[in-house]
Write a protein that binds this ligand. Structure first.
Ligand code: UDP
Length: 418
């Protein structure tokens, strides 16, 4: 998010719209509640139970306090775009101070369910205030909002092709970065001094010329890194004895609003320990520091550029920017047909989609198919890059923001250009 907003805010300012972004602060208990809201809006199971008065109080106390903070940074004529359920509770407080408020929601599901309804009920008091609500996928909008004329806007995320994450990197630079984190072997045979704050769990280095598949994700159960490991170990490794898997994600200590990350990573490490040695040798678990976001972006870029096939085997997904990033890099992709992924990839054209993310066999077969067919990989990679260039870059998103602002400034009536 930070990375996206950085580019977006720069583009706003360059275009004459004065903009800045602020980050919400909160206690661990607040983020535990908002993480539950996140899973629930994706239609996931909430093991803690229902949302009651305790959660309401925690949510309201923090968002009210944060709205007071935000008020120090904005003027009454400003438009404030809030992102995701964490910040939605600020909306009534900001509007009461005369601000125009929009809300942007990056998460959701197209599948109706009791848990999703209950979560929208919890958020209902705050949903009335934003004048426009932007959703990454149209079906994510709750039914009550869809009935309000002009209130819902489809606002797909995008990537910045000029950012460190997405700039072209020459092959030597890719390998140099991967050596620097200790993933690939040092050229002179001496032990690598990790200069990039990354940790790599591996029995042996990734050979620079080995076929490599990768998933880059937060350590979140919905990203299903454990499923990727299992699918690879069971259906890819035995068929392709040369293929390596890299699972890369952020150091959980660097993400205070994602309290489950450490536990998920711990379990994944245990699963890695339990692999047969011949498979374990070909699986590399990479944890990247986020303290220096430029370095993180560069290393993620190198990992994605190095990959032969990029995976996103999510059980649920908001939009899936890792898919967008792989598309821009012209990579062949195997991904679950969930959330915003089918809005990006058409099955068989820009990549291979797995209808049932729990179907490890189909997942494994798709990975093997792409590994064995370089011509198909190239064809899909080129199609992916073309589609990304036309639909998922930051200039298109900026124009969508302009539509949102015009709706707000014209009281929902879209002003046509003369
Ligand atoms: N990402 C990163 N470092 C990591 C893991 C992920 O920079 O160690 C980035 C990734 O490149 C992408 C974003 O985090 O830009 C994840 O966005 P996505 O929409 O795929 O998933 P989310 O985490 O928002 O659910």
């Amino acid at each position: 998010m930070a990375e996206l907003l950085d580019s977006s805010v720069r583009l706003h300012n360059d275009s004459g719209i004065r903009a800045r972004w602020l980050v919400l602060n909160g206690e661990a208990e607040f983020f535990t509640v908002t993480k539950r809201l996140h899973h629930r809006l994706h239609g996931g199971v909430d093991e803690v139970g229902s949302l009651g008065e305790v959660e309401r109080k925690l949510y309201e106390t923090t968002t009210r306090r944060q709205a007071e903070e935000v008020a120090n940074w904005v003027g009454v004529d400003d438009i404030c775009v809030l992102h995701d359920p964490q910040t939605l509770g600020l909306a009534p407080h900001l509007a009461a101070r005369g601000l125009r408020v929009a809300w942007r929601c990056h998460i959701g599901t197209s599948v109706a369910s009791g848990i999703v309804d209950e979560t929208w009920q919890f958020l209902r008091p705050y949903l009335r205030t934003p004048e426009v609500c932007g959703f990454s996928v149209a079906e994510y909008a709750p039914p009550q909002l869809r009935q309000e004329d002009g209130k819902v806007l489809v606002l797909r995320p995008s990537i910045d092709p000029a950012s460190r994450k997405n700039r072209p990197l020459a092959a030597p630079a890719v390998h140099e970065l991967l050596r620097a984190i200790g993933l690939e072997p040092p050229t002179d045979g001496r032990p690598t001094r990790n200069t990039r704050g990354a940790r790599v769990l591996q029995d042996d280095h990734l050979p620079p010329d080995a076929p490599m598949v990768i998933q880059v994700s937060r350590w979140d159960p919905l990203k299903d890194m454990a499923g990727v490991l299992e699918g690879f170990a069971t259906y890819v490794a035995p068929v392709r004895a040369d293929a390596h898997l890299v699972l890369a994600g952020p150091d959980p200590a660097d993400i205070p609003d994602d309290p489950e990350g450490a536990q998920i990573l711990h379990r994944l490490r245990e699963a890695w320990q339990g692999l047969p040695p011949s498979t374990r040798r070909r699986v590399h678990v990479v944890t990247l520091s986020l303290t220096d976001t430029d370095t993180n972006a560069q290393v993620v870029n190198a990992l994605q550029q190095r990959a032969d096939v990029v995976l996103q085997k999510s059980l649920r997904e908001g939009f899936g920017l890792t898919v967008t990033e792989a598309m821009w890099k012209g990579k062949a992709i195997v991904a679950s047909a969930v959330g915003g992924i089918p809005a990006q990839i058409r099955d068989g054209i820009e990549g291979l989609l797995i209808r049932n993310p729990h179907d490890f066999q189909t997942f494994g077969r798709a990975v093997v198919q792409l590994l064995e067919d370089p011509a198909l990989r190239n064809k899909m990679g080129e199609a992916a890059r073309r589609r990304c260039a036309s639909q998922f870059l930051i200039d298109r998103e900026f124009l969508d923001y302009c539509t949102l602002y015009r709706r707000i400034l014209s009281g929902h009536r879209i002003m046509e250009q003369p």
